[in-house]
Design a protein around this ligand. Sequence first.
Ligand code: SAH
Length: 508
Amino acid sequence: MQKNDLVTVEIVDMGTNGEGIGKIDGYTLFIKDAVIGDVAEVKIMKAKKNYGYARLMSVIKPSEYRVKSPVCPFARKCGGCQIQEMEYERQLQFKEDKVKGNLIRIGGIKEERLLEVMEPIIGMEYPFAYRNKAQFPFGTDKNGRPVTGFYAGRTHDIIANTDCALGVSVNKKILDIVLGFMKDNGIHSYDEKSGKGLIRHVLIRYGFVTKEIMVCMVINGRQIPHVSALVEVLKEVEGMTSITVSPNTRRTNVIMGDRYEVLWGEPFITDYIGEVKYQISPLSFYQVNPVQTEKLYRLALDYAELKGEETVWDLYCGIGTISLFLAKKAKQVYGVEIVPQAVEDARNNAEINGIVNAEFFEGKAEEVLPEYYRRYAEEHGGEKAYADVVVVDPPRKGCEERLLRTIVEMEAERIVYVSCDSATLARDVKYLRGEGYEVERVRAVDQFPHTVHVESIVLLSKLHTKQSIEAELEMSEMDLTVAESKAIYDNLISVPSFKTKSKRKIRE
Ligand code: SAH
């Protein structure tokens, strides 16, 4: 196989980045935009000894999973979506398989066991217009006119499109107003290469429940000339609540500046997840898919099995979203988050919801928790700090081992692991399984339809060998058939079972 060769290949698998995988006489080809089941003509772009990368030139026989006409005309070019050309049901299967595969291969969980504890992926009924936030980069077209849209995959070339199918419809209205204002007033887009030009990005947020809208103009300078003319038009958009400007004159890829100023209205919008209210400022982190987030948090609550007496830690808590969701059902929640502004938001969100049993610590989870554990013992004559439930929701790199070690030392009954990267999740699950925990429930949630990202949630419970035997005795009181109780008992002996699982079996 050599560069520029044209070959015909059937796509038999998919890689973790959504690319199609084809095989020719044992040689593996990775082909972006090819859908599993396609027969395609591809051009070799890079050839290594045993594998290569190829470009999709034409689809000879389309896969049964290939969408005939994608909702977005830029689906293939745009870097925002990776798998929009594959049917949604098949996307869900791809994501579920990815989580499953990682938990088996990296997490070391036996397939039969995983199939027992894994529940079906939660997808969206309508997997479009789901994002409550978008940050549109601005650029200039060949004719010198300002444009906005999304970056093409892996480059910073802007694909002009104000009507992204994953975003809300009001985005287009706002972007068209901004573009019109720029043309009328001769205001230029920022140019990354020269560092010149003013408008860098426009951030739009939309509260799905409250219908409040926020617009934040990110600029390469201190102010926007004739800005009042822009504000006059923008504030007439129904739902407009907050118009701000965030200066960012650094020559970096970081989108937002460090601060923002209010041009009109409030410094934040308000929205709800379930009954919990959140105030969201331009710089706050907030989950982008509110419909799926609520489903995910309800699962976290369900997995935590709170009765009202528990002490819960929510590590990597962001603005306290999960913490506040759990606080209503727990005795005390402690949140830990590294970003100071987010901790401030978390405290404020607790206050506006009248939640008094949630306390937030600023710092690295892997430092704050071990330090708390050490200090607690010091101050309590060697007594161990204890947690009933620990929730972790780390960024892609997962948890540091010293954090996991402390969680184990604290003898948390249940660990609810929310993850945006199932590979690091599986690595951490493996560690915890080696330290006396077992996976009891697993579920993937599709927070980002049409992209290759998938969120997953896992419940790990502390093994209680002794209590398992007790559970078995309780079971025999429940009129189980001899065979049934023997099967369960055998299971308890061969694989040390754990408290809550056995309890659940009894309940069923
Ligand atoms: N649980 C929150 C946020 C999850 S995103 C929610 O559902 O909204 C992960 C969060 O971890 C981010 O807010 C990020 O700032 C924070 N973070 C990253 N590294 C961290 C660390 N070492 N210690 C604590 N928080 C960290």
